[in-house]
Design a protein around this ligand. Structure first.
Ligand SMILES: [Zn+2]
Length: 326
């Protein structure tokens, strides 16, 4: 493996950046260019902890390595502050799509919470429209650069507020106009998906796809609630499903594990896990690469090698509002 001056990783002679990729778990308010934050902050007179893009980038890295999801989420206070206008939202969305395309992503889904972008007086609808405008501008810019990318919105409700039903209706309203799914985000511990059962019922009645953050800061109970209360078709992270697995034997690369009922359900229903190892490290969901210390022993039956588990194509439908969609 080698890394060139532009940060591209080459494996066995193949550039990873050049490979076509799918991005299913990115937060729009976690994907800003530091230079854009500085410019937008300057335009609204907002104080920023650092004054150069490089220093601000390092500040984000330091904050993100705090080891706590709650601390990690505080970095979003700054990014959301510069995303309270149509112009700010559209610019961030446009640049996000362009950056994805430059990384070789051909299909993406980006999640964000419209309810957190109303401090400047925008309605929920105006906020979604602004992001959609930016996404489409980004797609067009990528097309002009010879890259093809399509991106859909995952309309997200905050799990510690009580607006999920309203946000669910917003998401369904924008089906075919940019919205491809629904999510809940924010602090997991103490805010289970069951708190938003009415929203999930509404989404299910409208056959609207759902992914749910679960199994990162909170354990198996949050995954159980995501599946039962949320009818989640994917799990945001879901990494702590490992707590429902137990290694029985290990000989070299051959590993046999016991699956608990929940883990078996996730595997057999082929529910994709939107795994984000670097995020798990930053928020403390895992202590280190390869850490298995949180694994418990509440399992029952022997299964095949975990490495042979198969996943169905995981994305939700791409947007259908434009004739050029693929
Ligand atoms: Zn997330």
């Amino acid at each position: 493996m080698s890394i060139d001056a532009n940060g591209d990783v080459t494996l066995q002679g193949v550039s990873l950046r050049s490979l076509p990729k799918v991005s299913l778990h990115d937060h729009l308010d976690g994907a800003l260019r530091p230079s854009t934050i500085l410019e937008l902050a300057d335009s609204i007179g907002l104080e920023v902890p650092e004054s150069t893009p490089a220093a601000l980038g390092k500040w984000f890295a330091k904050q993100s390595d705090s080891g706590s999801l709650v601390e990690y989420l505080k970095t979003f206070d700054l990014t959301t502050a510069v995303m309270q206008t149509k112009e700010g939202l559209a610019r961030v969305a446009r640049e996000f799509v362009q950056d994805l395309a430059a990384d070789g992503v051909v299909y993406g889904e980006v999640r964000w919470a419209p309810e957190q972008h109303q401090a400047g007086g925008l309605t929920l609808e105006q906020a979604v429209e602004a992001v959609q405008q930016g996404i489409e501008e980004g797609e067009d810019a990528a097309d002009r650069d010879g890259r093809s990318i399509r991106v859909g919105q995952l309309i997200t409700a905050m799990r510690h507020t009580d607006r999920a039903r309203e946000i669910a209706e917003l998401a369904v309203d924008f089906r075919g106009r940019g919205a491809v799914g629904f999510d809940i985000a924010g602090p997991e511990d103490g805010f289970p998906p069951s708190n938003h059962r009415a929203a999930f019922d509404y989404l299910a009645e409208n056959f609207f796809p759902v992914t749910v953050h679960a199994g990162e800061a909170a354990g198996l109970a949050s995954i159980r609630s995501a599946l039962l209360d949320g009818r989640a078709l994917r799990l945001g992270h879901g990494v702590r499903i490992a707590e429902d697995l137990q290694v029985v034997t290990q000989e070299g690369d051959e590993v046999q594990v016991q699956f608990g009922d929940l883990a078996r359900w996730v595997r057999d229903r082929e529910i994709p896990l939107e795994l984000s190892p670097s995020s798990n490290l930053q928020t403390g969901a895992i202590a280190a690469w390869g850490d298995t210390s949180r694994r418990s022993s509440t399992t029952s039956t022997i299964s095949r090698r975990s490495s042979s588990t198969r996943l169905r194509p995981p994305s939700f439908r791409s947007r259908s509002g434009r004739s050029s969609s693929s």
